[in-house]
Design a protein around this ligand. Structure first.
Ligand code: GAR
Length: 200
């Protein structure tokens, strides 16, 4: 409870390392947080995020896409799990699949995503590498509402970092990731307070 208000319950979907999940979890446990993490879902059995969730006592689920006939059935399963936990928001944090319209149709509330570039520049995979190859002097990260496209949807928040002459993919990614961890919490806290509205 923050300021006497019920905290917004969120579901996190992650495919990998899970550093954004960890940052959200840590920040959700601060006294002034407006959200709490109800559960974590991963499509990868070995995801670091699953391990963290287990260690931290957060309900966690591995949903194997291979167990389902098609993407719709796979996504319906995830929506069914999220619905069990009375969540108000789904947050993609390094979830490396495109959500199909069927997820968005079954889950009628908002989905947000974090991406390691200043969208609409460099959507898709290897955003940091794309930025370096293009020669941009600034990059950063974006949190946006998810729609049917890949890394499209209304932009909610961004943070900018410089791209240095000496950068490689690793150093740039690290600089961006630090800002991702701050930005995602800021956005979810604002959303939880009803300060952000989707236009879809
Ligand atoms: C993060 O950099 C996130 O922005 C990116 O994957 C990484 C996941 O790291 N997401 C995308 O590229 C989505 N298109 P994490 O598992 O440590 O949070």
């Amino acid at each position: 409870i923050a300021g006497g208000i019920m905290k917004l319950k969120i579901a996190v979907l992650s495919s990998g390392r899970g550093s954004n999940f960890s940052a959200l979890l840590k920040n959700s446990r601060k006294e002034d947080s407006f959200f709490q993490i109800a559960l974590l879902i991963s499509d990868k059995e070995n995801a670091g995020a699953l391990k963290t969730a287990k260690e931290e006592g957060i309900p966690h689920f591995f949903v194997n896409p291979k167990d389902f006939e098609n993407k719709e059935a796979f996504e319906n399963k995830m929506v069914e799990i999220v619905n069990r936990y009375d969540c108000g928001l789904v947050c993609l944090a390094g979830y490396m699949r495109i959500l199909s319209p069927s997820f968005l149709k079954a889950w009628k509330k908002d989905v947000i995503n974090i991406h390691p570039s200043l969208l609409p520049a460099f959507p898709g995979l290897d955003a940091q590498k794309q930025a370096l190859e293009y020669g941009v002097k600034f990059s950063g990260c974006t949190v946006h509402f998810v729609d049917e496209g890949m890394d499209t949807g209304l932009i909610i928040g961004q943070k900018v970092v410089p791209v240095l002459e000496t950068d490689d993919e690793e150093t740039l990614s690290k600089r961006i990731l630090k800002e991702e961890h701050i930005l995602y919490t800021e956005v979810v806290n604002k959303y939880a307070q009803g300060k952000i509205k989707n236009k879809r």
